[in-house]
Design a protein around this ligand. Structure first.
Ligand code: PLP
Length: 489
């Protein structure tokens, strides 16, 4: 795990100290509920022994992890720095202010709100902030009042109807968008009338002219950009032009690629921060922090964003805000830019290794941290591919491909990501070997027949001994790059 701390020398001494800390912590936990202590230990063992290719996961540093296990967790701190609804928040003020300052510096953002508990929460905060600034505030001004509680019942009813009558345009789910971008199973789909833009059916790439055309017809309040499963960069300068042309607010969800923005791999037109009105993110994916969310905003949205709690959030999680401060401090180290570049270089190596061995990739490759494999060429569904790979110690997740005939449950794809194994120290050769192991498994797996003789979408058979052989081969690569070296548990 070469990328977590600034130098290898400090890495091993930090790990040795952390070993003692974790051993003591597990003893304390085990004295109350040993099964939880065992599960924590087993999770580390599992993560050490598998090729983790889940695109949304990473390995946080011992400093980030340890920052979350302490008494900051016990404090209530509704409000914002220096303006709390609870007494005794001076230490929470310190960590929240530090996290926000690091975030502003790291991303060059005018404003950072670090309270969201997750990416979904960050999006909700952003959506309400846009509604508050663009719909509610003008309505209050028109009615000549300062607060919604001063509205007459009739004016309030009219405003609620107006708030519920707004539109959002986001990337379709099968093109790689996220549920929170206005889709029905999520609250965003109930708040907004939604429409989607997809990708070009031939190239699989985002077609900006088609986005513009759809935006002109649909006239959304919010133009959403960002994705969970699109393996390419997005030109946010062009998205902003489209938003401006139709009077929309550009919200970018950079949950997946925040680490690439922090590491300046996505710069200029591909850095969302200078182009979007509001940017949301998780902090635990490529950014390698604690599980959590964050909103970055242009000044006109800052006050509304800061009202996230109590609008849609409960009290902030001070221990997690503290861990965000630590993670952002790590990401501001020069080494993080190298890490971010390696994430992309490694994704390219993985993509090339897969293609060379006959796999079909959505868009033909990648220029971010994601590789989306269409496994129908192997005669498999995504579900079968995911399960067969998991048996062999390769952890991925199934994912729909554009216009997926197998729908969102079985799918025809698997999504691979490089942030975690890059943290572990994998380079181009290790990712090429990983590609080889993946193709070995997929090409030796076949669907089993259902009772009526048609191929099952879930069940499968693999060549004898394949899973064990692959695990052994993976172990050879993993052993060269131990996870948390020096951390003995
Ligand atoms: N936004 C995007 C683009 C995501 O990919 C995800 C999670 O996968 C989220 C938001 C939600 O993040 P969380 O799970 O922290 O709520």
């Amino acid at each position: 795990m070469t990328d977590v701390t600034p130098t290898d020398a400090t890495a091993s001494s930090v790990a040795a100290t952390a070993s003692a800390a974790y051993r003591s912590a597990l003893q304390v936990i085990g004295a109350v509920e040993p099964r939880v202590a065992d599960a924590i230990g087993a999770e580390l063992a599992d993560q050490r022994a598998s090729l983790k290719l889940i695109a949304s996961e990473n390995y946080a540093s011992p400093a980030v992890l340890l920052t979350m296990g302490n008494w900051l967790s016990d404090k209530y701190a509704e409000g914002t720095v220096g303006h709390r609804f609870y007494a005794g928040c001076q230490n929470v003020d310190t960590v929240e202010a530090l996290a926000a300052e690091h975030a502003r510096e790291l991303f060059g953002a005018p404003h950072a709100y670090v309270q969201p508990h997750s990416g979904i929460d960050a999006n909700l905060v952003a959506f309400w902030a846009v509604l508050a600034s663009r719909v509610e505030a003008p309505a209050l001004e028109k009615a000549g009042v300062r607060h919604v509680n001063e509205l007459t019942d009739a004016d309030w009813a009219a405003l609620r109807r107006q708030l519920g009558d707004q539109r959002m345009l986001g990337m379709s789910l099968d093109a790689g968008g996220h549920l929170t971008h206005g889709f029905r199973p999520n609250i965003s789909g109930k708040m907004f009338e939604q429409s989607s833009y997809g990708t070009d059916p031939g190239s699989g790439l985002l077609d900006y002219d088609a986005v513009r055309e759809r935006a002109r017809e649909f006239r959304p309040l919010i133009l959403m950009a960002g994705y969970s499963a699109y393996p390419r960069r997005v030109d946010f300068a062009r998205m902003r032009e489209i938003a401006d042309e139709v009077g929309a607010t550009l919200v970018v969800d950079m949950a997946h690629f925040a680490g690439l923005v922090a590491g300046k791999v996505f710069a200029g037109d591909f850095d969302p921060v200078p182009h979007a009105h509001v940017v949301t993110t998780t902090t635990h994916k490529s950014l390698r922090g604690p599980r959590g969310g964050m909103v970055l905003a242009q000044p006109e949205f800052a006050d509304a964003v800061d009202r996230g709690c109590p609008m849609v959030l409960g009290g902030p999680l001070p221990h997690v805000m503290a861990a965000k401060a630590v993670a952002f401090a790590e990401a501001r180290q020069p080494a993080f830019a190298g890490y971010a570049q390696r994430i992309v270089d490694n994704a390219v190596s993985l993509a090339e290794g897969l293609t060379r061995r006959g796999a079909t990739l959505v868009t033909g490759g990648t220029d971010n941290h994601i590789v989306l494999v269409d496994v129908s060429g192997f005669g498999l569904t995504g579900r079968q591919a995911e399960s067969a790979l998991l048996d062999a110690g390769i952890v991925t997740n199934r994912n729909a491909v554009p216009a997926d005939p197998n729908g969102a449950w079985y799918t025809s794809g698997i999504r691979l990501g490089t942030p975690a194994l890059t943290t572990r120290g994998f380079g181009a050769d290790e990712f090429d070997r990983t590609a080889e192991l993946i193709v070995d498994v997929l090409s030796s797996t076949t669907p089993t027949a259902t009772r009526d003789g048609s191929p099952s979408k879930a069940k499968y058979a693999t060549a004898d001994g394949l899973a064990d052989r692959t695990r052994d081969a993976a172990a050879e690569v993993l052993d060269r790059h131990p996870l948390y070296p020096g951390l003995e548990l």
